[in-house]
Design a protein around this ligand. Sequence first.
Ligand SMILES: Cc1cc2nc3c(=O)[nH]c(=O)nc-3n(C[C@H](O)[C@H](O)[C@H](O)COP(=O)(O)OP(=O)(O)OC[C@H]3O[C@@H](n4cnc5c(N)ncnc54)[C@H](O)[C@@H]3O)c2cc1C
Length: 403
Amino acid sequence: MKERTVLVIGGGAGGLCAGIAAAQAGAAVTILEKRPRPGKKLLATGNGRCNLASLGPARYYGDAAFAAQVLSAFPVLRLMDTLESWGLHLAREEERVYPAVRQASAVLSLLTERLAALGGRIETEADVLSVTKEQGRFLARTADGRTFAAGRCVLATGGLAGGNLGSEEKDYRLAAALGHRLTPLFAALAPLETAPPPPKALSGLRLPAYARLWAGPECLEAESGEVLLTDYGVSGICVMQLARAAQEALDRGAAPALTLDFTPVLLPDPLPFGPIPPDTPDRFQEVLALLRQRARTLSGQNPLTGLVPDALGRRLAGKTPEQTARALTCTRLPVRRVRPAAYAQVTAGGVDTAQVDAHTLASRVCPDLYLIGELLNVDGACGGYNLQFAMITGILAGTHAGR
Ligand SMILES: Cc1cc2nc3c(=O)[nH]c(=O)nc-3n(C[C@H](O)[C@H](O)[C@H](O)COP(=O)(O)OP(=O)(O)OC[C@H]3O[C@@H](n4cnc5c(N)ncnc54)[C@H](O)[C@@H]3O)c2cc1C
């Protein structure tokens, strides 16, 4: 009989890693997962390819200092070694780390098999409605009337992002009921709704661009990457990265606006995908020169055909070269709102990290309780930062809880 018992509430990326680490440390582990299967959100990550870590510089928000402490206690390379030692073959695409098979389901299978091999079990359709601590033991009660008990407990209930892939506000109350403060929850890494939306004829267009977020004359943040024009506004990773700053600007009544600059399609030497300095100048004059030169050499043709997507070329046909160059380098769309959590990839806000030890993920207010992953007031940029945070915090918590 194993003496140490650990309950993990939530069978996502973080909870599964916590369960494996606790079982490896010698504990009897039970994971309680409310859905019929664990890891539903994990399966959707990276468009099913699972971008599970980043070797780039840390890009965390909320309590970024807490995230930095966690990563110094357990660096990304150590996470990669750990996953390899569990049997997951990894590959890199520049800074992004994926399973070599580029299949999220393979990651989920590996984690669940590893847990089972260590004797850990997963109770599915176990929607935990309350966790209490009575006489030194945690009691988790589920919606269908079951009660599970253990000496230590890891809360790994994740965030609201992703609609029916995510958790609900009630799941955050488990942490609150055990004495934890919650910071306000809002959607980060979400598309932006604009007023007006892009023209209907351009809806569905996906192309590389620089996206800049403005509050009046000040450029707040800028990103290079792919944008997707939609019937409500703009999506795509590079715009989703601006959602946090857009929400903060909306909250202070700053009327933010998005500008799109399609220079990466038009001119050589575009900046690499990712954040770009907000003061990166647009290249209006160079684009204007290009358009004039094409108008000269391609007389009788639309100079935009073959240069930009057809729908955009048709939309801009008949405009002066100046108007076209302006539209291609600075299309301005006022931001109406950030799309809600259901459309987001991560939730900003959560359990106040001042109440959590960054090296062990142990609660500072409830002994033998650990809190991990997206549930905490830490959110990362696109590119593997959120899964790596969930898995690293899971491994640290599980290792300490299982001892
Ligand atoms: C579409 C999409 C794509 C994404 N792609 C990426 C990507 O490529 N790279 C990246 O780094 N991040 C990505 N993310 C973000 C990433 O998936 C999450 O940040 C990460 O999964 C968080 O892990 P977690 O273990 O904290 O929570 P989750 O993975 O959400 O797991 C929480 C689990 O707890 C369960 N649960 C919740 N409440 C209860 C309860 N009361 N009782 C029992 N069980 C409960 C949930 O059902 C869930 O299974 C993506 C997110 C979305 C929505």
